[in-house]
Design a protein around this ligand. Structure first.
Ligand SMILES: Nc1ncnc2c1ncn2[C@@H]1O[C@H](COP(=O)(O)OP(=O)(O)O)[C@@H](O)[C@H]1O
Ligand SMILES: [Mg+2]
Length: 292
């Protein structure tokens, strides 16, 4: 439920934002980071909407105690803004989808027709949650990301653990917001592979892990759809796959083409990091049947 009364509103405001000692916002710590984008330290007043309505689901998350506080803006990406907050089991990441008009037009164009016709449960769940227009659209992306994260997480893949769900109705209540485990520590968020500045040995290892994760997703029946070093984090010597809103099931008609594009983008972005790979060979490795 979005806060509609002034009482709800002040309750929401009272819980946003609270300074947290474990988010280090000192210059030294930022200077040490490979990724120098700095959290703002506290959420700007307008960022979550003065009455919370800019972020359907936020009031519900706070009310349910899934989120205790939203502390800092971590990164504003092309489709969403990522905040760092606190929950019952420590730091969490909140991905808040932006209005469609400011998101990647291409991404919406490419994927919407398929999802609109085939994903009836999603449409129903969002309708049941009483959202319309832009909010419903954002919520649909969030719901798909939740679903794909749950699928991958339950299969043991290296993705951030989703912290709402896995029931569709529950996930729909979170509206525009994907709550997941935060990858990072006091020194900052896990870097993307694109920014991690890996040496040759680590880059080769990261490439191997990235191909392995892509293969594991494929075997699970999921095609990511935006797979590159920009959506792979490097955390404690492992590759973590993020950013699933556009992911599709392998049965989707466009899935073969998307997988080919994912492999190409993976190879292209790793080439920047000094790892040369043949996309055709990588595609064959990803889709190969396991040895009998
Ligand atoms: N769970 C997380 N832990 C730490 N950082 C994250 C997490 N999720 C996202 N990020 C950071 O936020 C950025 C944007 O998130 P992403 O899901 O890729 O959204 P976008 O659609 O904006 O690219 C990522 O590149 C990464 O730096
Ligand atoms: Mg991304």
């Amino acid at each position: 439920m979005r806060p509609s009364t002034s009482q709800d509103r002040s309750r929401l405001e009272a819980r946003l934002p609270r300074p947290k000692p474990d988010i280090d916002t000192t210059e030294e710590s930022f200077a040490k980071r490979k990724d120098r984008r700095r959290p703002h330290g506290r959420v700007r007043a307008g960022a979550l909407g003065s009455d919370g309505s800019a972020v359907p689901g936020m009031a519900w998350l706070l009310e349910k105690g899934i989120v205790h506080s939203v502390d800092a803006e971590l990164r504003s990406g092309k489709e969403a803004t990522i905040y760092v907050g606190q929950g019952p089991s420590g730091q969490l990441a909140l991905k808040v989808f932006r209005d469609r008009s400011v998101r990647s037009f291409k991404r919406d164009e490419r994927y919407q027709p398929t999802r609109r016709t085939r994903d009836r449960a999603t449409v129903k769940a969002i309708a049941a949650a009483g959202r319309r227009g832009v909010g419903a659209d954002n919520a649909r992306w969030a719901l798909n990301e939740y679903r794909m994260l749950w699928r991958a997480h339950r299969a043991g893949l290296s993705v951030p653990e989703p912290l709402v769900g896995p029931g569709t109705r529950t996930m729909a209540k979170a509206g525009d917001v994907v709550v997941m485990r935060y990858l990072g520590d006091e020194a900052g968020a896990a870097p993307r592979l694109a920014d991690a500045g890996l040496d040759a040995e680590d880059a080769a290892a990261a490439f191997g892990r990235s191909v392995a994760q892509l293969r594991a997703l494929w075997r699970l029946g999921v095609v990511h759809g935006d797979y590159s070093t920009y959506n792979l984090l490097w955390w404690r010597g492992e590759v973590v796959v993020i950013d699933f809103p556009q992911a599709v099931d392998r049965t989707a008609p466009e899935s073969d083409e998307l997988l080919r594009r994912d492999v190409q983008n993976l190879c292209d972005t790793f080439a920047i990091a000094g790892v040369e790979a043949d996309p055709a060979a990588v595609l064959a490795a990803v889709t190969a049947e396991p040895d009998a």
